[in-house]
Design a protein around this ligand. Structure first.
Ligand SMILES: [Zn+2]
Length: 339
């Protein structure tokens, strides 16, 4: 009997990450399995890279390519719900041939296999959800992933809410009542999307660089980070916060409280079974992670008694989350169609 394996392919700007999932729901690769993406060279080169990397990854995982029955793909957006990249292009797909390119269909032609598509935030959210609830469940979860921007997703009944245009789960651009956060009085947090005071404008690496670090350094101009270029300084904030630097801790407290206000909105919209956090702020030592999660609870407005114990989790295996979520999406497709 041949095995029925699904592959998960997480395409980022510079690297492709792979995983494989067997019929029992076991992942066949533990950590990262990366191959250069060469996205800047356009679809033809990139798709050939994806195919080459898949063969290498299959070899490492002991998977026969002939046993792969479907592929799950995830990429950064903006893209439609079915995997057509934005006509306006994006930071990760700058080559002109990517504009309006149907990357899901392109991969289907390359591999002659069914390919499912999720954006990277929704894929990571699906992995976070299934790691808590298993693949057959009726639970609802909201995942926020803190990176350069803020991505994530809402999962209900085992599916990501992708929406009419594929923008479901664009959590970073939800406005929050940021003036409730103490310590940032006078700050006008602008997001690259044009909004002021959305979640990403306060809770992302970009927010640290553009808003939070400049704000706190103005109050403390003798801080060592004030001597550095702001982009380089922003990347040092997490490490210093972990070491207990008060200014850097304060930046992460503001981020935790921004997330708290956002999660409060989600609790009232979905009454979810779990809230899940991923990304840089929690890919830290256990003490800092615990403090950050505690600060999220501290920053939340008072909840109804029934909802006050809402579970707050961290996405496990964060760097593989996209590939794992994409594979889970493909596995669901296979199950539903009895392939
Ligand atoms: Zn925004």
């Amino acid at each position: 009997m041949t095995a029925r394996i699904v592959a998960g392919i997480d395409l980022g700007g510079t690297a492709v990450n792979y995983t494989f999932l067997d019929e029992r729901g076991q992942f066949l690769i533990d950590g990262l399995c990366e191959h250069p993406a060469r996205s800047v060279e356009g679809p033809d080169v990139c798709l050939a890279q994806i195919a080459e990397g898949l063969t290498i990854a299959a070899g490492k995982a002991g998977v026969k390519p002939a046993d792969i029955v479907a592929i799950g793909l995830d990429t950064p957006g903006p893209a439609s719900a079915s995997g057509v990249l934005s006509r306006r292009g994006s930071t990760n797909f700058v080559h002109p041939q990517w504009a309006g390119y149907d990357i899901r269909a392109g991969l289907e032609r390359t591999f002659k296999l069914p390919v499912t598509y999720l954006n990277d935030g929704n894929a990571a959210a699906l992995w976070g959800h299934v790691s808590l609830f298993g693949s057959e469940n009726s639970a609802t979860s909201v995942s926020a992933i803190i990176g350069t921007g803020l991505g994530g997703g809402v999962i209900t009944g085992g599916d990501a809410v992708v929406g009419r245009n594929g923008f479901g789960g664009e959590l970073g651009h939800v406005l929050i009542p940021f003036n409730l956060i103490r310590g940032i009085e006078g700050l006008v947090p602008r997001c690259n999307c044009g909004r002021t005071g959305d979640l990403e404008s306060l809770c992302s690496l970009t927010a640290i660089r553009q808003s939070l670090l400049p704000h706190f350094l103005r109050r403390q101009p003798d801080h060592p980070l004030a001597k550095q270029e702001i982009g380089a300084a922003a990347k040092l904030v997490r490490g210093l916060a972990e070491q207990g630097d008060p200014l850097c801790r304060e930046i992460f407290r503001v981020q935790a409280h921004a997330l708290a206000l956002f999660f409060d909105e989600m609790i009232n919209v979905f009454d979810p079974d779990a809230l899940i956090v991923g990304g840089g702020a929690v890919e830290t030592g256990p003490e800092f992670r615990r403090w950050f999660l505690d600060e999220i609870r501290v920053g939340m407005p008072t909840q109804r008694e029934e909802q006050s114990d809402i579970p707050l989790h961290v996405i496990p295996n964060g760097d593989t989350a996209g590939a794992r979520g994409a594979a889970l999406d493909a596995a669901k497709y296979v199950r539903e169609r009895c392939l």
